[in-house]
Ligand binder design. Structure first.
Ligand code: SAH
Length: 387
C-alpha cells in the first residue's frame, strides 16, 4: 500500500471535510490509479484515499478508517445508501431516483441511478472502473431485486461509453414514474438516459400546479420533461426549444406516454437566442419561462457560459414574459457558486423587482457532501416578477 505524506494545507482541507483531491495537492505524484494511505507531515494517519485523474480533481479522500476498498466495504456503503432512500422506495408514484451519489454516500467517482427495475452505474475515473467488479458484486448482494445493470464511462481513454453489464436487458425504451408522471427512458444509447433525475423536485412543483392555466416556455428543453410536468399540472400550453434534432421525438414520447395530445404543446428544434428574437418579432409572450442551459455551449456564432452569460437569458426572458410572470432559473454548473448565480440573475433583472418563490438545491436522493458547497451543484430559483 502506498503511503503519501500530504502538506499541512491539504491536511487542513481534509479536516474541513473536503473529499475531492486536486492536482496541486500532489505535486510530486508520478503514479495515479491507486489506493493510498494518507499521512500528515507529522506522520499521523489521516485516512484512505485513491488517486485517479478525472474531469475534476485527481482523486478522492474516502474515509479516516483504515479499511481497503473491497466488496464488504462497498456492501456496507450500499446498505446505508439504500436505507437513506427508504422514502423513495415507499413512494409508489416515483420509480426513478439516485441510489448512490459520489462522496455524499461515502465514495467519490461513482453514481448509481435506479430506473424502475434497472440500474445505471457511472464511472468517473479509471481507478474506479478498474475495481468495478468488486463494486458490482457488492451491489448485486444489496440490491438483488434489480433486474439488470448498465454502465456509463465518464472519463477519457476507453473505446465505449455505454454498455449492459449484467442481468436482464431492458427494452430499448421504457417508462419510469416520477411524481405520478411517466417519462420515457433508455439505458444504452450514449451517456444520456432521457431524463435528468436531479430536477425531480422542480418538476414536482410544476406537476403540483405552479403553471396551472398558464403558458410555459421551456428553453434548452432536451426531452421537454419540464413541459410534460407542467402539462400534467394543468398548464394551458407549452413551447419547448432545443437545438438537438433528436429532442423532438424524445419529447413527443414523454407527452404520449401520459396520453397528452400535442395540440397545445409545441416542440421546436432551434437555437434559444434565435427563438427569443422570433418571439419578440411575433409578439409572443409567456406566463412561465424555464431556463436550464448546459454549463457551456458553443454554436456556429457564439459561445455561451453560465458564469458569464446567464444574465442574457434573464434579460431576454423579461422581454417576452407576461406581467406578474414566473421565471424558473436553473443551472448545474459546479463552477458557479450560489452567490455568482444570483449575481448573474440580478444583472439580468437590471433593477427590476422580483420575489423569490422557492430556491432548490439537489434533492434528498442526491446526497451531497455538506462540508463542500460545490458538491451541491444544482441551483434553481423560482421567481415571480413584479408587475
Ligand atoms: N432542461 C433539460 C436539460 C437541458 S440539457 C431537462 O430538464 O431535461 C441542455 C440542452 O441544451 C441540450 O439538450 C442541448 O441540445 C441544448 N442546447 C445547447 N445549446 C443550445 C442552444 N443554443 N439553443 C437551444 N438548445 C441548446
Amino acid at each position: 500500500m502506498n503511503k503519501v505524506f500530504v502538506s499541512r494545507r491539504v491536511e487542513k482541507k481534509l479536516h474541513k471535510g473536503q473529499a475531492l483531491l486536486e492536482e496541486v495537492d500532489f505535486p510530486d505524484l508520478s503514479e495515479t490509479d491507486q489506493e493510498v494511505e494518507l499521512f500528515s507531515q507529522r506522520k499521523e494517519f489521516l485516512g484512505k484515499a485513491y488517486l485517479s485523474r478525472q474531469n475534476k480533481g485527481i482523486g478522492w479522500f474516502v474515509t479516516n478508517q483504515n479499511i481497503s476498498f473491497k466488496q464488504t466495504f462497498f456492501e456496507s456503503l450500499f446498505k446505508q445508501a439504500k436505507l437513506k432512500r427508504s422514502s423513495y422506495y415507499q413512494d409508489e408514484l416515483t420509480t426513478a431516483f439516485r441510489l448512490f451519489n459520489q462522496e455524499g454516500d461515502g465514495f467519490g467517482g461513482m453514481t448509481l441511478d435506479l430506473y424502475g427495475d434497472y440500474v445505471v452505474f457511472s464511472w468517473y475515473n479509471s481507478y474506479i472502473y478498474g475495481i468495478r467488479l468488486e463494486i458490482i458484486a457488492a451491489f448485486s448482494q444489496v440490491f438483488p431485486e434489480v433486474l439488470g445493470a448498465y454502465e456509463k464511462i465518464r472519463f477519457k481513454g476507453l473505446d465505449y461509453e455505454s454498455a449492459h453489464i449484467y442481468g436482464q436487458e431492458a427494452a430499448e425504451y421504457f417508462t419510469v414514474l416520477e411524481n405520478g408522471v411517466l417519462y420515457q427512458v433508455f439505458m444504452n444509447d450514449g451517456l444520456m438516459t432521457g431524463i435528468f433525475l436531479d430536477q425531480h423536485e422542480v418538476r414536482g412543483s410544476l406537476v403540483d400546479g405552479l403553471a396551472m392555466g398558464k403558458s410555459l416556455l421551456n428553453m434548452f428543453s432536451y426531452t421537454a420533461a419540464f413541459s410534460v410536468a407542467a402539462a400534467m399540472g394543468g398548464a394551458s400550453e407549452t413551447t419547448s426549444v432545443d437545438l438537438a434534432k433528436r429532442s423532438r421525438e424524445l419529447s413527443e414520447a414523454h407527452f404520449h406516454a401520459n396520453g397528452l395530445s400535442l395540440d397545445n404543446h409545441r416542440l421546436l428544434v432551434m437555437d434559444v437566442f434565435e427563438y427569443f428574437k422570433y418571439a419578440k418579432r411575433k409578439g409572443l409572450s409567456y406566463d412561465v419561462i424555464v431556463l436550464d442551459p448546459p454549463s457551456f455551449a458553443r454554436n456556429k456564432k457564439q459561445t455561451f457560459s453560465v458564469a458569464k452569460d446567464y444574465h442574457k437569458l434573464i434579460s431576454q426572458s423579461l422581454e417576452i414574459l407576461n406581467p406578474g410572470g414566473i421565471i424558473i432559473a436553473s443551472t448545474n454548473a459546479a463552477n458557479v457558486s450560489r452567490q455568482k448565480f444570483t449575481e448573474q440573475i440580478d444583472k439580468g433583472f437590471a433593477g427590476r423587482k422580483y420575489q423569490v418563490l422557492h430556491k432548490y438545491g439537489l434533492p434528498a436522493d442526491f446526497v451531497y457532501n455538506e462540508k463542500d458547497e460545490s458538491s451541491n451543484y444544482l441551483k434553481v430559483i423560482t421567481m415571480k416578477v413584479s408587475k
